[in-house]
Ligand binder design. Structure first.
Ligand code: GDP
Length: 324
């Protein structure tokens, strides 16, 4: 089948920053149709060619539970970065949006400043499919946007589930936005997410909440040191609404990024993405294989009745896949 548009023309127009073509290219990389996948790979190869291989762009992940203030924060921070001369792209990883039927994150209506700014590109989470599929589409959209000249890419995700791990794997620096909670502030944050964080900011440090936010930041810093994971993870306070503390948070993101071995990190990510795609594709094939589906119910029943060990059943499922 023919690609949905002229790929050679697309590469040129994307490099020229034409928004309609950027949007079409992202729609293409989001598609799981095999012919679209092939077209997307050829476009991505074209877009990546000629790049120095050096990490010239800044990729930042931002996580936090719904209501933590992510979109307010990204809108305000993105506006400042644009004022400094950057071009800012915002992507989102939210696999749950396929269940709710609409994208929760990266919604343009939640980022009014950026949505109206020609130097910003805001794209909601792809709403199709598994976390693996959503993460892949987001990584590939990142390549499109960087080729189009966006030098800061922000990837937003919610503070629940596995999506943080996927986002931490595609960015240079992972920022956790959290809120003041009296007392047991660690309860509200999954320990795994804390371990992924390179920078932590306690948001809504304004008005009557300011003192509580400062206290939470201090306690969180202390708790991190006790956990032994305080690899210098800075804990700051900010108010996305008032704009205070944002410059300091960004300064810490930049500091983390320049202190890390970015070339090595991105090389590891490239190899990791390669194998993630192999795993995801194999899993899809497994799920969709008629031969596997045909044997699965009886094999499961035999495992449950004790007739087969799980290991023997797994062998037979794989045998069905390979023979298919
Ligand atoms: P998200 O779900 O994490 O994207 O959170 P939103 O950015 O949508 O913010 C949730 C609510 O908190 C909104 O009503 C915001 O106006 C409010 N909010 C966000 N940041 C701040 C802040 O720094 N201070 C205060 N007081 N409210 C904030």
């Amino acid at each position: 089948m023919k690609p949905p548009f002229d790929l050679g023309e697309a590469a040129g127009r994307i490099r020229a920053g034409e928004r309609a073509w950027i949007a079409r290219a992202i729609t293409l990389v989001e598609s799981s149709r095999p012919d679209h996948r092939r077209a997307a790979q050829s476009l991505l190869a074209d877009l990546a060619s000629g790049s120095s291989g050096l990490p010239l762009t800044t990729r930042v992940g931002i996580s936090g539970v719904p209501g933590a203030g992510k979109s307010t924060f990204i809108d305000a921070l993105g506006g400042r970065l644009i004022d400094e001369g950057h071009a800012v792209a915002v992507l989102a990883v939210d696999p749950s949006s396929s269940r709710t039927g609409g994208s929760i994150l990266g919604d343009k209506t939640r980022m009014t400043r950026l949505a109206a700014d020609p130097k910003a590109f805001v794209r909601p989470s792809p709403s199709a499919g598994t976390l693996g599929g959503v993460a892949r589409a987001t990584r590939e959209a990142m390549v499109v946007l960087e080729a189009a000249g966006y030098d800061v890419v922000i990837v937003e995700t919610v503070g629940v589930g596995q999506s943080e791990v996927a986002v931490a794997d595609m960015v240079d620096t992972f920022l956790l936005l959290t809120l003041a909670r009296a007392g047991d502030q660690l309860q509200g944050i999954k320990k795994g997410v804390l371990e992924l964080a390179d920078v932590i900011a306690v948001n809504k440090a304004d008005g009557s909440h300011a003192a509580e936010a400062w206290r939470t930041a201090r306690e969180l810093g202390g708790a991190l040191r006790l956990l032994g994971s305080a690899d210098d993870v800075p804990v700051l306070t900010c108010s996305a609404l008032e704009g205070s503390g944002l410059d300091e948070v960004w300064a810490q993101v930049v500091r983390h990024r320049s202190a890390s071995d970015l070339v090595d990190r991105r090389r590891r990510q490239l190899i990791g993405w390669t194998w993630a795609m192999v795993r995801d594709t194999l899993l899809d094939e497994l799920r969709e294989s008629p031969a596997v589906r045909a044997v699965t119910p009886s094999l499961e029943a035999r495992v449950l009745s004790g007739e087969l060990t799980p290991g023997a059943a797994a062998e037979q499922i794989l045998g069905a896949l390979r023979g298919a």
